[in-house]
Design a protein around this ligand. Structure first.
Ligand code: UDP
Length: 376
C-alpha cells in the first residue's frame, strides 16, 4: 500500500526475488511526496510536495538510485533572510562574521562562539537548549527561533534537540547544507526514477485506489506506507503532523537567485520560498516558478508532512505500536507508516532492509515483525 519510495523499493526487491507484487495508491500519481512534474506553462520541473534533495553516505543506496536515474551534480546552498539582511546557511564562518561584523579566522570564531554559548547546558534536551549551547542567543534568535516557531507551531523549548542536530555549525566557509559524501538530483525528476524502480514484470501498480482490508486476503503480506494511525481508522486518536500550504507564483527571469531562501523573522508568515528551476541548474528556462511555503497543524483532510513526535504523540505512538504488533501479515514502513522524520536515503535503506527481512522470515515460514525498527 503506497507507491512512494518505500513501496517501490520493497516491491522491486521482492519482485526480483520472484514474488508477485501489487502496489496500490490513493493518489493519481506514483512517487508519494517525492513526486515531480513539469510545469505546463514554464517547463520548469516542480517538486510538487516541496523540495527533495538527494544526499547520502550510504554507498549501496547511492548505487541503487543511480541504477534507476541519471543523477546530476547538485549542492544544496541555502540562504536565509533575517533582520533585514541575507545570510548564508547552515551557520558557517561567513554567517558568523557577517552577523557580528567581524573578520574572524576559524579558531577565533570557534572560541568566540564557545564564549557566548551556554556551557552550563551539559546534555541539551530541547531544541532551544541545543541552540543556546552551540550558537548562543543572538544567532539562535536570528536564524532558528522564529523559523522553528513557524515551522512547528510551538516553542523550541517544547521540541527535541534532535531536530536541530540535523543542521551543522561550521567554522569555515563551506556552505553546503549537507555533509554527506554523495549529493545530487535525478536529471528528469524523482517520478521517472520511481517509475523505473516499479518497472518490473512482477509488479502491478494501481492508482486512485484506496485500501480495503478485504484486499489483503489475496496476499501473503501487506507493506503499509500510509499513516500508522490511519491503518487503525484513528481508533486511538490522531498522531500529530504539520502540513504545508504552497502558494505558487510565476515570474520572469530569476526571482531570488537561489533555490531556497528561508525567512528567519517571526513576522514573515511563510518559512521559505523555493524557486524550482534552481533545483535543476543544468536546464534553462525564461520564466520561473516559486512556492511560498507555510506550515500549520495538519487536519483530517490535509496531507501529513512532518511528524511532530512530542510527548503526547509519543504516548499515542506507543499505543499504536502495541496495536500494530498484534496485527498479522502486515509491516509498517516509511515516513508515515513509522511516524518518523525520514530523509529519502534512509527511507530507501530501510525499505531494502525490510525486504531482506521478509525474504529471511516469511519465505521460511517465520512471521514478519510489524516494524523492522524501534520507533520509540
Ligand atoms: N531550522 C531553522 N531555521 C532555518 C532552517 C532550519 O530554525 O533557517 C530548523 C527548523 O526547526 C527545521 C529544522 O531546523 O525544522 C531542520 O531543518 P531542515 O532544513 O533539515 O528542514 P527540512 O528542509 O527537512 O524542512
Amino acid at each position: 500500500m503506497g507507491a512512494g519510495l518505500s513501496g517501490a523499493v520493497i516491491g522491486r526487491h521482492l519482485a526480483e526475488a520472484g514474488h508477485d507484487i501489487t502496489i496500490i495508491d490513493g493518489r493519481d500519481h506514483i512517487g508519494g511526496n517525492c513526486h515531480t512534474e513539469r510545469d505546463a506553462d514554464t517547463g520548469v520541473m516542480l517538486h510538487v510536495y516541496g523540495p527533495h534533495i538527494f544526499h547520502t553516505d550510504d554507498e549501496e543506496v547511492w548505487a541503487y538510485v543511480n541504477r534507476f536515474a541519471n543523477f546530476m551534480p547538485y549542492k544544496n546552498r541555502v540562504k536565509t533572510t533575517s533582520q533585514g539582511q541575507v545570510f548564508s546557511l547552515p551557520i558557517n564562518l561567513h554567517t558568523i562574521n557577517q552577523y557580528y561584523g567581524k573578520t574572524m579566522r576559524p579558531n577565533e570564531a570557534r572560541a568566540f562562539i564557545a564564549s557566548i554559548g551556554d556551557q552550563s547546558i551539559e546534555e541539551p534536551q530541547t531544541f532551544e537548549e541545543q541552540a543556546l549551547k552551540f550558537v548562543g542567543p543572538d544567532l539562535y534568535e536570528a536564524f532558528f527561533k522564529g523559523y522553528t516557531e513557524k515551522q512547528w507551531g510551538c516553542s523550541p523549548t517544547e521540541l527535541p534537540a534532535s531536530i536541530l542536530k540535523r543542521l551543522p555549525v561550521r567554522f569555515n566557509y563551506d556552505d553546503n547544507y549537507f555533509f554527506h559524501k554523495f549529493q545530487g538530483m535525478p536529471e528528469h525528476g524523482y517520478t521517472p526514477m520511481i517509475e523505473a524502480i516499479l518497472d518490473h514484470e512482477n509488479i502491478t501498480v494501481t492508482l486512485e485506489t484506496l485500501y480495503d482490508p478485504a484486499m489483503a486476503k489475496a496476499y501473503n503480506h501487506v507493506f503499509w506506507s500510509g499513516p500508522l494511525d490511519g491503518y487503525f481508522d484513528y481508533a486511538l486518536g490522531r498522531l500529530g503532523y504539520r502540513t504545508l500550504d504552497f502558494e505558487k507564483f510565476t515570474d520572469e527571469g530569476d526571482y531570488q537567485g537561489c533555490a531556497v531562501m528561508n525567512y528567519g523573522d517571526r513576522d514573515v508568515p511563510y518559512t521559505r520560498i523555493t524557486e524550482h528551476k534552481h533545483f535543476a541548474p543544468w536546464e534553462t528556462h525564461d520564466d520561473t516558478v516559486c512556492y511560498r511555503e507555510y506550515s500549520r497543524a495538519c487536519g483530517p483532510e490535509d496531507i501529513p508532512y512532518y511528524p511532530i513526535r512530542m510527548v503526547d504523540e509519543k504516548a499515542m505512538l506507543a499505543a499504536y505500536v502495541d496495536l500494530a504488533k498484534q496485527s498479522k501479515n502486515i509491516t509498517f514502513v516509511g515516513r508515515l507508516g513509522t511516524y518518523r522524520y525520514l530523509d529519502m536515503d534512509v527511507t530507501i535503506r530501510e525499505a531494502m532492509d525490510t525486504a531482506d527481512t521478509f525474504l529471511e522470515t516469511v519465505q521460511n515460514g517465520i512471521p514478519m515483525p510489524a516494524f523492522v525498527q524501534d520507533l520509540l
